[in-house]
Design a protein around this ligand. Structure first.
Ligand SMILES: Nc1ncnc2c1ncn2[C@@H]1O[C@H](COP(=O)(O)OP(=O)(O)OP(=O)(O)O)[C@@H](O)[C@H]1O
Ligand SMILES: [Mg+2]
Length: 149
């Protein structure tokens, strides 16, 4: 068993479904927390992008969920979990351009089908686990390279 990396920070942010008024506030908070820890602009930028896309997907497609920010000695982890409906074909929804965004979301500029791609490209480790009828968990990890703390 590899040694567990000690936790530096843990924050849990609830995300309400369809709540476009609040959409984006989690990524703003995450940015603020990481800047307060003195993280590099590059790490803060990547985490903000990942967080915004993950948060928006919970708002647009799920019954509600949460974002968990974990900062460890050597990594920043963002966990997006929701309470359904789940994703039947994770490979399909991960393809650039695939979107089931409703018209009202497209009118607001969402639905390019690039969010998951964007999350993956800004992560060092990226994983989606989903069960139809139960929910989805997305884990995005940014490795800090040289231990930060
Ligand atoms: N948490 C989720 N639960 C259920 N389905 C999801 C979830 N997140 C994403 N999806 C599905 O995956 C598709 C692709 O998501 P992705 O974020 O890549 O693009 P998008 O949200 O459609 O558009 P964009 O993010 O570019 O505005 C979504 O259209 C939706 O069908
Ligand atoms: Mg999206």
């Amino acid at each position: 068993m590899p040694p567990r990396t000690p936790l530096v920070l843990r924050r849990i942010y609830p995300v309400a479904p369809r709540d476009l008024e609040q959409a984006g506030t989690v990524s703003t908070e995450v940015r603020r927390e990481l800047l307060a820890l003195g993280m590099s602009p590059n790490v803060v930028r990547r985490a903000s992008v990942i967080c915004f896309e993950g948060e928006m997907n919970i708002v647009l497609y799920s019954h509600g969920g949460r974002v968990i920010l974990l900062v460890k000695e050597d990594r920043v982890e963002l966990l997006f979990s929701d309470d359904g409906p789940g994703i039947a074909d994770v490979e399909l929804v991960s393809q650039p351009g695939y979107s089931t965004a409703p018209d009202w979301a497209r009118e607001l500029g969402f639905g390019a089908g690039l969010g998951i791609n964007n999350m993956e490209q800004n992560s060092d480790l990226f994983e989606i686990r989903s069960r139809v009828g139960e929910g989805t968990v997305v884990r995005a990890t940014i490795l800090l390279g040289v231990p930060f703390f």
